[in-house]
Design a protein around this ligand. Structure first.
Ligand SMILES: *Cc1c(COP(=O)(O)O)cnc(C)c1O
Length: 428
């Protein structure tokens, strides 16, 4: 293939590809006077710890996702814990989790005295590999937790089939993918429960916050009882008497209430969310369309009909060094940054090998917490999850465009293409 650009790379003293002022191309969250007024109203009323705005926010979320139950949390980590407790996870239960994710998807398993069973990832979607889930199901498996990583929907059909066959709950961590779809269905509504973060860096922002959504009344009641003593049972009807007897105190000893300044902001953000992520999708798809055919570079996106990447949180590209004369990814990233674009190495610590999941005895039980309640020692060794362990060699964070500005996006795509097509300048 004839290179489209033959100019000298900026890293070697050539001209940069990206020079223009980027304006609001990357600004996020988009905060307007509407957000400010909503937050000011809560502040001026001193209503931060009440729940009347939060209840309205939950109503908005129920309508948006078309689910009967939504519960707002102080953060996403707490919402995942609530979802797991809601699903009945307890001592010794095995929960199949991806090893390649942010820690908050997994560590609530330890809080519940359950056992995380790590599965490997798919090298293309980067999400949990259904074939590895199938290999790891045992009679003790109680739930599968999936993460739609960096906005990419997990392959839910085989996962839901496995869950139905073995009578296992499915919890979706939607922190990277609020508003994304899998085969026409909103992520977070396919499993038994969906939970997600709304901290300031995510695509759906409340400031700090989390949300649990579910169709299952029992999951909702259990989550409410676990961390919302002021609101339980509240409006909830037909609550199991076993749970009801504990009203007045939170069953988990946790206080999961969200600050209402965040609920107020979340309401305004959600109102504009569909429109804003539609623009993000146009912008991100445009960037990757411009890079079609560039050697060594692959979009991390879905082509499945009816599926999409939601707000395209923390977007990634996949790297094939064999197409670039084995150019190391570090050098590639350095060269794209030198062109004036945005590019970064990315790595979540491999959770299954981290000391916290290998040896920490968090609750002084005389044995590592991750396996103290396991049927046998399920800890993994280096090499056991090869896709997860090697993922950082194939991943780079790409610009997260919030606006469809074709001229500016073209500059970034040109930077990536220039480095990819002139990789030989960096070798030898
Ligand atoms: C951010 C994040 C969380 C935790 O959310 P917080 O609001 O920060 O507690 C959970 N899971 C994933 C995948 C995340 O990226």
């Amino acid at each position: 293939m004839t290179p489209l650009t033959t100019s000298k790379l900026a890293l070697l003293g050539g001209p940069k590809s990206v020079l223009a002022d980027q304006g609001d191309l990357f600004s996020w969250p988009i905060v307007t006077e509407e957000d400010e007024q909503a937050v000011l109203d809560v502040l001026r009323r001193g209503a931060m710890s009440n729940h009347e705005i939060t209840v309205e926010f939950e109503k908005d979320v129920r309508q948006w996702f078309d689910v009967p139950h939504a519960l707002a949390y102080c953060n996403g980590t707490a919402s995942i814990l609530g979802a797991m407790f809601g699903c009945g996870i307890g001592k010794g239960d095995e929960v199949i989790v991806p090893a390649h994710t942010y820690w908050a998807s997994v560590l609530p398993v330890l809080t519940l005295r359950a056992v995380p069973i790590f599965a490997d990832s798919d090298p293309v979607s980067l999400c949990i590999d259904p074939a590895d889930i199938a290999r790891k199901i045992t009679p003790r498996t109680r739930a599968i937790l999936v993460v739609h990583l960096f906005g990419h929907p997990c392959d839910m059909d085989p996962i839901l089939d496995l869950a139905a066959k073995h009578d296992i709950k499915v919890i979706e961590d939607v922190s990277h993918a609020q508003g994304g779809h899998y085969k026409g269905k909103l992520l977070g509504t396919l499993g038994d429960a969906g939970a997600f973060s709304m901290m300031a860096g995510k695509s759906l922002v409340a400031g700090e916050g989390g949300m649990l959504i579910t169709r299952d009344r029992n999951i909702y009641h259990r989550a409410l009882a676990y961390g919302f003593y002021v609101r339980f049972p509240g409006e909830a009807s037909d609550v199991d008497p076993e749970l009801l007897q504990y009203q007045g105190l939170p069953l988990g000893g946790f206080k999961h209430r969200i600050n209402q300044t965040c609920s107020a902001m979340g309401r305004v953000q959600l109102k504009h969310y569909s429109e804003r992520i539609a623009e993000i999708q146009r912008a991100m798809n445009h960037f990757w369309d411009l890079l079609e055919g560039a050697p060594g570079l692959r979009a991390h996106r879905t082509c499945e009909p009816g599926s999409d990447m939601g707000g395209w949180y923390n977007p990634m590209g996949l790297y094939e060094p064999s197409e670039l004369g084995d150019l190391g990814i570090e050098k590639f990233v350095e060269a794209v940054v030198a062109e004036g674009s945005v590019c970064a190495l990315f790595r979540y610590p491999a959770l299954h090998l981290h000391p916290l999941l290998q040896k920490a005895d968090i609750y002084n039980e005389g044995w590592p917490t991750a396996v103290v309640h396991a049927a046998h020692d399920v800890r993994l060794q280096p090499g056991d999850l090869p896709v997860t362990e090697n993922s950082h060699q194939h991943l780079y964070a790409v610009p997260w465009f919030k606006k469809m500005r074709p001229e500016l996006i073209a500059g970034h795509a040109a930077a990536y293409r220039k480095v990819a097509e002139n990789a030989e300048q960096l070798i030898g």
